[in-house]
Design a binder for this molecule. Sequence first.
Ligand SMILES: [Zn+2]
Ligand SMILES: [Zn+2]
Length: 325
Amino acid sequence: MGASPVPLCPDEVGCWKGQAAAHPIASDLPALPALRTLESMSTYDELGAHVSTAGGIHHAPGRAAEIGAGVFQIFTKQPSRWAEPRLDASIVRDFQAATERNGVRFTVSHDSYLINLASPDRALWRRSADCFRGELARAATLGLDAVVTHPGNATDGDPDSGIERNATAIAEALQAVAGPRVLLELTAGTGTSVGGTFEELNRIMRLIPAPMNDRVGVCFDTCHAWVGGLALDADFAGVWMRADDTFGAHRIELFHLNDAKAPFGSRLDRHANIGEGTIGVEPFRRLMNARRFHRVPKILETPKGDDGVTADLRNLAVLRSLRGT
Ligand SMILES: [Zn+2]
Ligand SMILES: [Zn+2]
């Protein structure tokens, strides 16, 4: 995989208010998320979307190509069912061939909505941990780069224990399955959910022992951040400074780009089309032009409506139009 460093000076985001030199961002940059070919770097476009696997997982790469995307997210199974499907070898071959043929550079799956790795209920935690390990195993079989996971709910109202249970389950899966990375998604912090702050994500990562913690990063969802109280408009640079002060913003390996239907700080997770929600277009303009994040994959989870292709194309066009502006 390509491992050339990303640009060191995040000039478009104001050099972190002129403090770039003082921040420890130059020396500890990680290898870039999977760039499959060197050639692809010259035309690198980090934008993509969550795409449907209707009719079989092997259709996903073609659907990404249809919207001009070199990166995509999928469910490897029905996300609201416990059933663990076995992947047919011919489907895996077709998926991988289509991924290569379409020049796909980064692929990620999203774990099941039923999984709760922070659950205080031992039976549900065990079932969730097994299901998550299954997700990681399917991702490995398909050759995906990563699995995105929501850190879950500490339904007993004790987030500290929930964070520990989450880390235990993720460490167990990483130990059992080689290959894909695990990206902890910043949540909207609704109710008893954990992972709604940088601090909580950092604690989960710190509780996962070496060497497994080398395979763990963060997925930053703009909608969750916004409704969770991160001011992407008024304090754009400050958000990344806070990330640097906890886990280090270089550990953000994926963005979910979603505008929000609900107000800032409301903790209500409803995704909106880019520029049509309460976040508005400006934070997305700054993000699209933040050199520090140029190479970090950015995936839409915006409403698909009746015609998902048209909806995705429109949102991608809005984002692309913001580059260099
Ligand atoms: Zn998301
Ligand atoms: Zn969401």
